[in-house]
Design a binder for this molecule. Structure first.
Ligand code: AMP
Length: 281
């Protein structure tokens, strides 16, 4: 595995491999890698890619001024070992100085899908995401890029950016990897004290319950159902940021819980923001 820290070196390496006919897959991450990230690398292999590029970069542009950028968990040595073991071709670990040069003044702003959900609560978050993802696409020019369903809104926004700005890359969404209790794996789970973790399990439990209820009853009025979920989450001591039901691609709110809609939850557990979602089958 090659470790690259300079954007121009990454660009040159990728260009040479592409010219030689290699299919390149990109897996963007913020590091502190867990099984969820590793599943994206496996999904990248399944696309038939010859080279897998993983980026590990805690992107300051996607954090708000009061968010956890400086204390976001980092473990570059461990990330490197995991990528090596997983058969990654290139690990890209740049510094802020090379990613955002002095007077960096160009950003990408998606204007529709990012208004609600996490975008509504974290102003500027998706502007930072789109900008860094576009930069990575320009550096790697991957044939395919893998993103996790865990960040559902992010995948839809990246797909919209690819469509609207004509990036020549296929976006693959990989399923959410959960721990044995059902909780979606996240680097931020590292912040959680034991009791908060137990309370946070009610988030994935609510999603699983909704799935089971749709299987049994087919169509359920959302408003009263949502009220009950919010009440239950609060009873567990969670600070509810949102509980929403939307269409898969437009992210427009819907009124009926039924097959094909997406249910998304964001909560704070002991001060840590957690998100999870389910595409109702
Ligand atoms: P992050 O490092 O949290 O920015 O995540 C990097 C990529 O991994 C994103 O595409 C996430 O959606 C994805 N990811 C994070 N957690 C999981 C998970 N539990 N299962 C699947 N993918 C995940």
């Amino acid at each position: 595995m090659k470790k690259i820290t300079e954007p121009d070196k990454l660009q040159k390496w990728c260009e040479a491999r592409r010219k030689a006919g290699a299919k390149i897959a990109l897996v963007p991450t913020m590091g502190y890698l867990h099984e969820g990230h590793l599943s994206l690398i496996e999904a990248a292999k399944k696309t038939g890619a010859d080279e897998i590029v993983v980026s590990v970069y805690v992107n300051p542009a996607q954090f708000g001024p009061k968010e956890d950028f400086s204390r976001y968990p980092r473990d570059p040595k461990n990330d490197e070992a995991k990528c090596k073991k997983a058969g990654v071709s290139v690990l890209f670990m740049p510094t802020d100085e090379v990613m955002y040069q002095k007077h960096h003044s160009v950003f990408i702003d998606e204007k529709e899908l990012g208004k609600s959900l996490c975008g509504g609560r974290r102003p500027g978050h998706f502007r930072g995401v789109c900008t860094v993802v576009a930069k990575l696409f320009n550096l790697v020019q991957p044939h395919v890029a893998i993103f996790g369903q865990k960040d559902y809104q992010q995948v839809q926004i990246v797909k919209r950016m690819v469509r609207d700005l004509n990036f020549n890359v296929k976006i693959v969404m990989a399923p959410i990897i959960r721990d044995e209790g059902g909780m979606a794996l996240s680097s931020r789970n590292a912040y959680l004290p034991k009791d908060a973790r137990e309370n946070a399990l009610s988030v994935s439990a609510a999603l699983a319950q909704a799935q089971a209820d749709v299987k049994a009853k087919k169509r359920i009025a959302w408003a009263p159902y949502r009220t009950q979920i919010v009440r239950n989450l609060r009873l567990k001591g969670l600070n509810v940021d949102y509980v929403e039901l939307v269409e898969q691609e437009t992210l427009k709110p819907v009124e009926v819980l039924e097959k094909g809609v997406v249910m998304l939850i964001a909560v704070y557990a002991a001060g840590t923001r957690l998100i999870d979602n389910a595409i109702i089958q």
